[in-house]
Design a protein around this ligand. Structure first.
Ligand code: T4K
Length: 427
């Protein structure tokens, strides 16, 4: 529900107007699919009293994911992070592994959790993905592998990474958490490298509440991961290797199957929203709407803006604070970059400027709400607010500074923060 058009700065909630949305609009609001189908499947699970451990829904989910990815094997897991950890262990990665810093922290933690050192590498500004030239420069005698991340669902430079891995005897894993149902050169992401890892977390466009999977064409690797995700059990009372509990539950698979039933509809809604954002924000100086390749399959689950502060006259964070006041919960990703987070920041300090493209990107990127809980009226209202701000950058900046001063003064006096709506006065 929107509160009507905003044409003047005074209409903005941060300057006293009513918020554009009565309820918060989130990035990552889960898609549910057909609720009655989901409930039917959950009832089945309860009737069967088979809740986890290689249940029929997990097996069906694995089969459908493998078919969609065009691979021989899918091993479903309890989340994407554990799927990464198990893939890393099954691939016997040790020593150092090269990863982009511009990724969700799970990519790096999955390595460090197993005492493998993530070596952070810069991204190519043309794609936001790991730059093969930088990967090559980062290889040392301790390097055992590379993890590429298909950020926003846009493919890494797959062929160059595969060639590099082959030439240097390295394993190649892809974190495809963003890239389920996306393609590269007509082939589905999921079938590249030694293996690829999906996340089916609630915030992903196909979700299993919590969940993930490793997909691969390597039968031996798949068999090893199946053992590892089930404590190393090869049969009753027969443990053949170290393992953990990485299993997906039946209820999770029921949700996954229900989302898969609606996959085309969800992608169509994501695409509709994406195109409306792109049309509505076209031509704004200093605001780039991330492009997807029309020749490929895309899931359009991320609508990403890059704000160039110099050109736009306003920073990404200033725009985010205006949007948050409107209940538009835009997110910055992956600020401030993995190399700037603990334990990596202390253990392996990267001097400022060493990963210049990543450092620029983390200041520029913002992701807007989309998915089945955002309609076209919502997109139009959000576009209008972004346009209003970017058309008046100086005035917005000045007024935000006044707001910040007023907030600081109120906090200093112990009055608490001045309210967002109408309680901050501007002279
Ligand atoms: N590699 C990459 C590249 C990844 O992006 C991820 C996960 C992984 C690996 C690891 O996969 P998993 O182990 O997670 O399967 C979220 C997700 O927790 C995470 O799955 C995701 N990437 C990451 C990019 O985003 P947060 O810290 O942003 O989550 P949170 O709780 O702030 O949720 C975001 C927004 O979504 C909330 O503001 C509200 C909304 N939301 C969230 C949940 C959970 C809902 O509306 N309903 C919900 O149920 O990490």
């Amino acid at each position: 529900m929107t509160s009507g058009a905003k044409d003047r700065l005074d209409d903005l909630a941060i300057f006293g107007g009513p918020p554009a949305f009565a309820e918060r609009l989130h990035v990552g609001r889960p898609n549910i699919g057909d609720r009655s189908e989901l409930l039917r499947r959950i009832n089945d699970v309860l009737d069967r009293r088979w809740l986890t451990n290689k249940g029929p829904y997990v097996r069906e989910f694995e089969q459908r994911v493998a078919e969609l990815a065009g691979v021989d094997h899918c091993v479903a897991m309890c989340n994407g992070t554990v799927a990464l950890e198990i893939a890393i262990r099954a691939l016997e990665l040790k020593g150092e592994v090269i990863v982009p810093s511009f990724t969700f922290i799970a990519t790096a933690h999955a390595l460090q959790w197993q005492e493998v050192t993530p070596v952070f590498c810069d991204v190519d500004p043309a794609t936001d993905n790991i730059d093969p030239a930088q990967v090559e420069a980062a290889i040392t005698p301790r390097t055992t592998g590379i993890i590429g991340v298909h950020v926003w669902g846009r493919p890494c430079a797959v062929e160059r990474l595969e060639q590099l891995a082959r030439q240097r005897g390295l394993r190649l894993l892809f974190d495809a958490a963003h890239a389920f149902a996306c393609s590269h050169r007509g082939r589905m992401i999921g079938s590249f490298g030694d293996a690829e890892v999906y996340s089916f977390h609630a915030t992903k466009f196909v979700n299993t509440f919590e969940g993930g999977a490793v997909v691969t064409n390597d039968a031996e690797l798949a068999a090893k991961m199946r053992l590892m995700k089930n404590f190393g059990f090869a049969g009753y009372d027969n443990v053949v290797c170290i393992g953990t509990n990485g299993k997906m539950s039946e209820v999770s698979a029921a949700m996954g199957l229900t989302c898969l039933d609606s996959l085309d509809d969800i992608v169509a809604i994501n695409r509709r929203n994406y195109e409306a954002y792109r049309r509505g924000l076209a031509g704004l100086v200093g605001v780039e709407v991330l492009a997807y390749n029309d020749q490929e399959r895309n899931n359009f689950q991320y609508v990403v803006l890059k704000i160039d502060e110099e050109q736009a006259g306003i920073s990404r964070d200033q725009l985010v604070s205006v949007l948050h006041s409107e209940n538009i919960m835009a997110r910055r990703y992956f600020y401030p970059g993995c190399h700037q987070m603990e334990p990596y920041r202390s253990r392996l300090p990267y001097p400022a400027g060493q990963l210049p493209n990543t450092e620029r990107l983390v200041q520029q990127v913002l992701s807007l709400p989309t998915g089945t809980s955002v309609d076209l009226n919502g997109v139009t209202a959000i576009n209008q607010i972004v346009r209003l701000v970017v058309a008046n950058p100086r005035a917005v900046r000045r007024r935000l500074e006044v707001c910040n001063r007023a907030t600081r003064d109120a906090v200093g006096r112990g009055d608490g923060c001045p309210g967002r709506h109408g309680r901050v006065h501007h002279g």
